[in-house]
Write a protein that binds this ligand. Structure first.
Ligand code: MLT
Length: 393
């Protein structure tokens, strides 16, 4: 018997699991204190009424023989794939419904997609970034190279001709920094991928937060359908973190070594995944109705206001930060040269506020810290008051 020794190269626990454990240990040891969590990007507003109505209707259909549904199609129901395709079309992006695969979320897809590629490929990952890209490729034993995202390059690394990458992860707007590429910048990544025969795995989970004209899809760049897969999710767009639904675009034009990646992905999904429930897919489709879009727009406005409140607190404390405009995260520099975990402990101990240490997102995240705007308004305000009292100069 042999174990997957690549697991030895992982940190002991997944970043957000470590944060949650530390926060709950502290809370158990200090039951008299109120701990406020602005750490994992989990939403706090309920699902939109249009989503709930569609799900209730679907539940009723499941209780009647004539409308009951069994296994869903592996790639998702056409009604949802078509609504997603129209959502892209409204932004001027052409994504045929037939290239869309519905899944239980972007996290699963970004962990599973690397299965389509051999173990000897080199993977290029921005640093800092969502830790799932690194962890899943470490599990598979792949070589990882990093593209440094620093204050100096606006947290938006650009391709380096000297680096040969086979798989390229891009997360824009970026988790954790909130930096978002323009269409012109993405074009450079697409041109680079085409030149190197690489495939881009583009995480668009935060596209709905873009406000300033930055790109919302890799397919805004010409030629992307020949080199890019895009993952997206209803988690942040419509509060589906507990409901679970996402989608991935694998274009028909994406072919390597004469093989269609879309066909490979269908083969993989139909073998290992039995789809998302009819009820959830009906709820997801309701997100893209006129009513649904207006309702999720209100929720996004609420989170944007939270981001503004946190940003304002940082301004008043004189702390450098970025993000919060095209993203629900504020990425701040830890004061007084503190390291990320040191600042985590300090905030927890002195203000009972939990955030996410920047070093958990990569080496370049050391000395930074992430706060989420997905919290409840009152808690966000209270956390900011505590932070101000503690950190004001
Ligand atoms: C985050 O906080 O970065 C994400 O919500 C975590 C996740 O999606 O797994």
């Amino acid at each position: 018997m042999q174990l997957n020794e690549n697991y030895e190269n992982l940190s002991e626990s997944y970043l957000f699991a470590t944060v949650a454990k530390k926060a709950s240990e502290y809370a158990s040891a200090h039951p008299e204190q109120k701990v406020i969590k602005l750490s994992i990007g989990d939403v706090t507003l309920p699902l939109a009424p249009a989503v709930i109505a569609a799900m209730h209707k679907a539940v009723d259909e499941m209780g009647v023989k004539e409308t009951f549904r069994g296994y869903p199609p592996y790639e998702g129901y056409d009604f949802l794939r078509e609504s997603i395709s129209e959502y892209y079309a409204r932004r001027g992006v052409k994504v045929p419904a037939s290239d869309i695969f519905v899944s239980d979320g972007a996290k699963s897809d970004c962990g599973n997609l690397p299965e389509l590629f051999g173990p000897d490929n080199t993977v290029l990952v921005p640093d800092p970034v969502y830790p799932v890209y690194v962890d899943t490729n470490l599990m598979a034993g792949r070589k990882i190279v990093y593209a440094a995202a620093t204050k100096e390059n606006g947290f938006l690394p650009m391709p380096d001709e000297k680096v040969q990458a086979d798989l390229i992860y891009i997360c824009s707007p970026n988790n954790p920094t909130g930096a978002a590429y323009t269409k012109e910048q993405l074009q450079k990544w697409v041109d680079y991928a085409l030149e190197k025969d690489a495939v881009i795995l583009y995480d668009a989970a935060y596209e709905c937060f873009v406000q300033d004209g930055a790109a919302r899809s890799i397919y805004e760049a010409a030629g992307a359908e020949k080199c890019a897969i895009e993952m997206c999710s209803f988690s942040k767009t419509a509060g589906f973190t507990g409901t679970r639904c996402g989608y991935t675009v694998v274009p028909s034009a994406l072919v390597r070594k004469g093989v269609s990646l879309k066909e490979m992905w269908f083969r993989r999904q139909s073998t290992k995944f039995n789809g998302v429930s009819y009820i959830v897919q009906r709820g997801a489709a309701a997100v893209f109705t006129e009513e649904g879009l207006a309702q999720i727009g209100e929720n996004l406005g609420y989170y944007r206001e939270n981001a503004r409140i946190i940003a304002d607190c940082m301004d008043r404390c004189g702390i450098f930060y970025t993000g919060g405009k095209n993203s629900p995260y504020i990425w701040l520099k830890c004061p007084d040269g503190m390291k990320s975990w040191e600042f985590f402990d300090y905030l927890l101990r002195e203000a009972q506020v939990v955030g996410t240490p920047g070093s958990g997102f990569g080496r370049n995240g050391e000395g930074y810290f992430r706060l989420t705007a997905f919290g409840d308004r009152e808690n966000t305000r209270e956390a900011c008051e505590r932070l101000y009292r503690l950190l004001k100069k």
